[in-house]
Design a protein around this ligand. Structure first.
Ligand code: ADP
Ligand code: MG
Length: 266
């Protein structure tokens, strides 16, 4: 059964999408079956996985709103080696449309239950801010991966996210936990980043992933080629770090019991 993880942080531009697509590609590279779900109407994770968001026949919008099965809407990204449940601007309307529906925050959860056995990992790229879309991600997930830059206000920003996760845990999804904090865009030459990194470890202990993702221009260039860095340039430092992170994830989930679920409806 798949481990379902959201990549979330309410801040924009912290590296959520970069983390989602590169972890997906890294996991695929080490032999895992992966589905990447794009929950951001910007569709960056879709484009960054080699799938053209403007040409999607079915997207995560249809899954959430029209109950189209994930199996019908997901497409294989051949260069990346993982499946993509894509998003485009249409998804921006889902926010309003979902409001009138029953179990509106559980629609992704229900949809993913049917494909739980098809994958080892499902990674959900969340939009910034706590929207109904993010809530769908958090309700569907077993855990949250939080990418963060080691900057001055990093810890403060985390408080909001941790509180949100606590609330979702208490009210909607008792399976939800923080899997870990991933230090991204890290520059070891900057003393402040080292200090914040140490603070993080002090506060969160082993919730801080061992792997550190360096600031690396190849990771930033890759999206313009419609690929994750891991696929675009496997030899780049940033790409190697993401493959290392994928290995760390595989190890970490070995000791992670999956929540008991009702059998998925076909
Ligand atoms: P988010 O999804 O949180 O908004 P992105 O993943 O889109 O953030 O990243 C924001 C910007 O930072 C993008 O331009 C991306 O290419 C760049 N970026 C992300 N991670 C790195 C990294 N490790 N090194 C260099 N640039 C990065
Ligand atoms: Mg993003």
């Amino acid at each position: 059964m798949a481990h379902i993880f959201c990549v979330a942080n309410q801040k924009g531009g912290v590296g959520k999408t970069t983390t989602t697509v590169n972890l997906a590609a890294g996991l695929a590279k080490v032999g895992q079956r992966v589905l990447m779900v794009d929950l951001d109407p910007q569709g960056n994770a879709t484009m960054g996985s080699g799938v053209d968001k403007r040409q999607l026949e079915l997207s995560v919008y249809d899954v959430l709103l029209e109950s189209v099965p994930v199996r019908e809407a997901a497409v294989l990204s051949e260069p990346c080696g993982y499946y993509v449940l894509g998003a485009n601007r249409e998804l921006a309307g889902a926010e309003v449309e979902l409001v009138t529906l029953e179990r509106r925050e559980k629609r992704l959860k229900t949809a993913l239950a049917a494909v739980a056995d098809d994958y080892d990992f499902v990674l959900v790229d969340c939009p910034p801010s706590l929207s109904m879309l993010t809530l769908n991600g958090l309700c569907a997930a077993h855990g949250v991966i939080v990418p963060m830059q080691c900057e001055y206000f990093a810890l403060e920003g985390l408080t909001d996210l941790v509180n949100t996760i606590k609330q979702v845990h208490a009210n909607l999804n008792t399976d939800l936990q923080i899997i870990g904090l991933l230090r991204v865009m890290f520059d070891p030459r900057i003393t402040l980043q080292q200090q914040v990194s140490e603070q993080l470890k002090g506060h969160f202990g082993d919730k801080v992933f061992h792997t550190v993702i360096p600031r690396n221009v190849r990771l930033a260039e890759a999206p313009s080629y419609g690929l994750p860095g891991v696929v675009f340039d496997a030899s780049a430092k940033g790409s190697q770090a993401f493959v290392e992170f994928a290995r760390e994830m595989v190890e970490r989930v070995k000791n992670m019991p999956l929540p008991v679920q009702q059998p998925a409806k076909a």
